[in-house]
Design a protein around this ligand. Structure first.
Ligand SMILES: [Zn+2]
Length: 268
């Protein structure tokens, strides 16, 4: 009985020992499974974050295509290789014409529109040179020099008109009536008319009151050019239209310039 008891005690010792081995093995296995699970989890996490990064890049790239960030515009600019000079008439000590109350200066309207048109053209992938981008006086010869030295493709001078009586938009071209300049002017005139003008005064040749003279910028620039009179600053209705349709006019001018560049084969 004792022996048996010893024997059985000895058997119990083996059982306890094996139990410990099993427990140790089980713990070891649990640790191994835990480590493997952790590695798998981390690996899948990495792959998810990689996927997210790819997604971000894709979203980022599609966003970039639709954005107006300068670096994207530069990419487009290199493709089109078309340069347009936008000339904001007057500036600095030369205020241009003014309304009857002398509170509104032509130079300010011209600059505001020039900056807006320039932004839109750049969005369309066209290189723009502004003869002035602030309230600075620039001589007429210097404006022409800027365009000629840059070998620009098109030149558009922006102005407001004035008169005791008169309203509407008109666009001036050299009295030599060059076809390319006329096409540019007509496209801009049509675009203005589509937005809405008080009076479509059309494309005019020469200089106001003197068909044998020319506006300096139309005469001296070496590329197709025109001088846009964006309504009469002396006429209330034209000022209201200019303010109300400001962004539509800017769009219209930019689109008309782009269309002209296409038609004149300078958009390449
Ligand atoms: Zn002017």
């Amino acid at each position: 009985m004792n022996r048996n008891s010893e024997n059985s005690g000895s058997n119990r010792g083996y059982i306890v020992l094996w139990d410990r081995v099993f427990i140790a093995a089980a713990i070891f296995l649990i640790i191994i499974i835990g480590v493997i699970s952790l590695i798998v989890f981390l690996a899948s996490g990495d792959s998810e974050s990689n996927n997210k990064n790819v997604e971000k890049q894709i979203i980022g790239s599609s966003f970039k295509n639709n954005s107006s960030e300068p670096e994207v515009e530069e990419d487009v600019d290199r493709t089109l290789n078309c340069t347009v000079v936008i000339d904001a008439g007057h500036g600095g000590e030369d205020g241009g014409c003014t309304d009857y109350y002398e509170t509104r200066l032509e130079k300010d309207d011209n600059l505001a529109m020039a900056l807006e048109v320039a932004d839109r053209l750049e969005e369309l992938g066209i290189d723009v040179i502004l003869t002035r981008n602030d309230d600075t006086f620039i001589g007429l010869q210097e404006r022409c020099d800027i365009a000629n030295e840059a070998n620009a493709d098109l030149f558009i001078s922006l102005h407001r008109n004035s008169a005791f009586d008169g309203s509407g938009v008109e666009i001036w071209v050299s009295n030599k009536e060059p076809a390319e300049d006329t096409l540019l002017a007509q496209n801009i005139m049509d675009a203005f008319a589509e937005v809405g003008v008080s009076n479509n005064r059309g494309v005019c040749y020469g200089y106001i009151g003197d068909q044998y003279s020319n506006y300096y910028v139309n005469s001296v620039t070496e590329m197709p050019s025109c001088l846009v009179e964006m309504g009469f600053i002396t006429e209330e209705i034209d000022n209201e239209l200019f303010d109300k349709n400001f962004y539509e006019y800017a769009d219209a001018i930019a689109q008309a310039i782009y269309k002209s560049a296409e038609e004149l084969n300078v958009l390449y």
